[in-house]
Design a protein around this ligand. Structure first.
Ligand code: PLP
Length: 364
């Protein structure tokens, strides 16, 4: 090539974009990304291997993923036409935004919450608006509904249980926000990536004429973060629109087989979730015993503020080969850390290490 090479320029609206980062550090105990602490049962792996060995590799996968969507729908007494599946709930969210938000439209979220909601809004061309929750991280339902009426967003996000706080939105809050969303012709997305760890689900509010979708994932409940599979439950007419926008054959045949196989192991999943909820209680109680500020969690993680420098506590945990999510410098989360519920042994190690760290003279 002769002469200087002109690099193509990134879209003007993405020039200042910061990526989404979840730093990994080599440690014994990884409690930073809200994965399940144990894998699905060996029978699941065998079922997937059998299904995969029978695949017709030269053929495209079932574009409509009908078997998978039928089986997912059956979990909620819904038909396949009310289920949209994609590569992780992040791709589900992205497809919702591509279909209902995009250029010239706005989205609304209530901070602190899952960063990808506004990040995905930006990269799909919409303008994300961010309102703030109360100081205790709960949402004032009246204020949230007023914000919807004022901002008239195309898509409003709630996250229940909320990441990174763990707080479950009360049903009345979701209903109040939904009413405002319906009045203004918007769409409410309730992100329930952690919904199975919580006492109630917004799936009970779904209806063909209700502008509500609920997104879920195989990554947490089903202990299948490696599979990248998520789904949405919503009105059939809306699911049909999403299917027009998503890439053809976006769900590969192996993933469809794995997602379907998992649903034969509901009992193992339910037992795993119950174990995690029990361990979550143990972590919350242990943190309170250490005199640490803790937020009540309905998820598979707990947000806490150890006092003093959150960065220092995080570093000292890493020195003990324990990795939690360092949220200490995130907006609104000054000094906080987030710990994923691990195995009983991992949780014990985390609590002992924290006890040790907080006892040391550096933290007095
Ligand atoms: C609230 C929330 N929504 C969605 C996701 C994305 O999940 P997936 O692995 O299905 O893309 C996460 C992942 O941590 C999350 O915390």
């Amino acid at each position: 090539m002769t002469g200087p090479v002109l690099r193509p320029s990134v879209r003007d609206d993405l020039v200042t974009l910061e990526g989404y980062h979840s730093p990994q550090v080599q440690v014994d105990v990884r409690l930073n990304t809200n994965e399940a602490p144990s894998a699905p049962p060996p029978e699941f792996s065998q079922a997937v291997a059998d299904a995969v060995s029978a695949l017709e590799w030269h053929r495209y996968p079932d574009r409509s993923a009908i078997a998978l969507r039928t089986a997912i729908g059956a979990l909620y007494d819904l038909g396949p036409e009310q289920v949209f599946a994609a590569n992780g709930s992040n791709e589900v969210l992205q497809t919702v935004l591509l279909t209902f938000a995009g250029a010239g439209r706005t989205t609304l979220s209530f901070e602190p919450t899952y960063a990808l909601h506004s990040h995905l809004a930006t990269i799909t061309g919409a303008r994300p608006k961010r309102r703030t929750r109360r100081g205790d991280f709960t949402l004032d339902p009246g204020a949230a509904a007023d914000a919807v009426r004022a901002d008239r967003p195309a898509v409003t996000f709630l996250c229940s249980p909320n990441n990174p706080t763990g707080i479950v939105e009360p049903r009345a809050t979701v209903e109040t926000v939904l009413e405002a969303v319906a009045e203004t012709g918007g769409l409410l997305v309730v992100d329930e990536a952690y919904g199975e760890f919580a006492p109630w689900s917004a799936t009970t509010l779904l209806g063909e004429d209700v502008p509500l979708v609920v997104t879920k994932t195989y990554s947490k409940t089903w202990a299948m973060a490696g599979a990248r599979l998520g789904y949405l439950l919503g009105p059939a007419w809306l699911v049909a629109k999403l299917n027009l926008v998503v890439l053809p054959y976006h769900l590969d045949a192996m993933k469809q087989a794995a997602g379907l196989a998992a649903l034969s192991f509901v009992d193992a999943m339910t037992a795993r979730v119950a174990g995690i909820v029990e361990e979550r209680g143990r972590i919350e109680a242990g943190l309170r015993r250490l005199g640490v500020e803790v937020w009540p969690s309905g998820a598979n993680f707990v947000l806490f503020r150890p006092g003093g420098s959150g960065d220092l506590v995080w570093q000292e945990l890493v020195e003990r080969s324990i990795l939690v999510r360092n949220t200490a410098r995130w907006e609104h989360l000054d000094g906080c850390l987030r710990v994923t519920v691990g195995t009983p042994a991992e949780n014990g190690r985390f609590l002992d290490a924290l006890d040790d760290i907080l006892e040391s003279p550096r933290h007095e």
